[in-house]
Design a protein around this ligand. Structure first.
Ligand code: RM4
Ligand code: MN
Length: 388
């Protein structure tokens, strides 16, 4: 049996970072449906992240995306966040929304455009110096649509050069998280399409470069927990961008499409003793809430991660190891599934109550009047979103 007191301690200590952009408007390439009460600036996004933390108790940091969250004074923004009760987490870079980047950013054939893209990555580190952020998260939309359009191998050289320059600029306590994505917006070949490519570049760069797994960025049926186990064994798993998908990079609420997969991923984390924030993995959400209210969707996402984690912590590891070593296929699977099939909602309600939180964060949010308040207050001005 798992030690219940230890499980509760681990759940109370869990940390999940929410993304500033999930509080703003987003959509598909067909339509962005505006909502009432959407933040109009980084401060309002941070206020919403702080609301999520107040009701869940486990989301004390918010990731920023530059230039979407560009401000004149990052030290002031950091102080504002602290006043709200949260800290600023990873700094995400954006080299995918400028006309210059049509043929790529750091892998563009034009050296001037590569310079501009690399300068943006360096600028993000300057921002980290001011916010105290430790993580620089890189995602490149770079790739090509047609065979022969550009040289696959030369593009890797250009990528390596930009990563090297950026890595060398990192401070001692700063890390680089290199994300990969199978396709979109490039359709034929993406320059960082998979974990192997990211891993190889990270190895070349050094200790402080690690892989970020965005759960929505794989081919259908990819065994993500295998990637998790492998990277943990190599000490090269730095972060997650959690979300869920049915088809491509759907960016839906994590755990919505496949809660069992999320449990399997969290089991590998627990199995490696990597849940503790001190281990250094950043558990972040990277989601878009196109048709649902954003704040309760993020609260629900945090709860989904907590539920998967609780189940993972409940796996009877002694019984599992014994069954595995005895070659008992059915018993091993049964021990694993027993934990997955446990209703952990009462346990999590208890953990919340023990930590002076409402056992039902969604109901507490609804009762709080925060939603009505932002709808009333945030009138006029331009709502934040992917384009703004
Ligand atoms: C990408 C990737 C990045 C995110 C952007 C908005 O698909 O997941 O992490 O910053 O979307
Ligand atoms: Mn992502």
């Amino acid at each position: 049996m798992a030690d219940l007191a230890a499980v509760k301690r681990a759940l109370a200590a869990q940390r999940i970072e929410t993304p500033s952009w999930a509080y703003g408007n987003s959509g598909t390439r067909f339509k962005v449906f505006a909502q009432q009460g959407v933040p109009r600036n980084p401060e309002e996004k941070i206020a919403d992240a702080a609301a999520v933390h107040r009701f869940t108790g486990v989301a004390p940091t918010v990731a920023l995306h530059i230039p979407w969250d560009k401000v004149d004074d990052y030290a002031a923004l950091t102080r504002y966040a602290a006043d709200q009760g949260v800290g600023i987490g990873a700094i995400n870079t954006n080299v995918f929304q400028d006309d210059d980047y049509k043929l790529g950013s750091v892998t563009n054939p034009d050296p001037g455009i590569r310079r501009k893209a690399t300068d943006h990555l360096l600028e993000a580190i300057d921002i980290m110096d001011q916010t105290g952020s430790q993580d620089l998260k890189l995602w490149f939309s770079d790739g090509i649509n047609y065979p022969g359009q550009d040289d696959l191998r030369t593009r890797q050289d250009r990528l390596a050069a930009a990563l090297r320059e950026t890595y060398d600029r990192l401070g001692e306590n700063q890390r680089m998280l290199l994300e990969y994505k199978l396709f979109e917006p490039a359709f034929y070949a993406t320059d960082v399409p998979d974990w192997g490519t990211s891993y190889a570049h990270c190895i070349e760069l050094g200790e402080r470069a690690t892989v970020c797994i965005d759960t929505g960025h794989h081919a259908p049926s990819t065994n993500i927990e295998f990637i998790v186990a492998f990277l943990l064994r190599q000490g090269k798993l730095g972060a997650f961008d959690f979300n869920s998908r049915f088809y491509a990079d759907d960016d839906l609420m994590v755990g919505a499409a496949d809660p069992f997969q999320l449990f399997r991923i969290m089991y590998e984390i627990v199995r490696a003793d990597a849940l503790d924030p001190a281990y250094g993995i950043a558990f972040m959400l990277d989601q878009c809430h196109n048709i649902e209210r954003k704040i309760p969707a993020i609260i629900r996402s945090v709860m989904n991660v907590q539920e998967a984690t609780a189940k993972a912590l409940l796996v009877d590891r002694d019984a599992l190891t014994a069954a595995q070593n005895a070659g008992d296929v059915l018993e091993s699977n049964a021990v694993f599934m027993d934990a997955y099939n446990t209703d952990v909602r009462p346990l999590l309600a208890e953990v919340r109550a023990d930590n002076s939180l409402d056992p039902d964060p969604i109901a507490a949010y609804k009762r709080s009047g925060y939603d009505e308040k932002i709808i009333a207050d945030r009138v006029g001005g331009q709502q934040a979103g992917w384009g703004a």
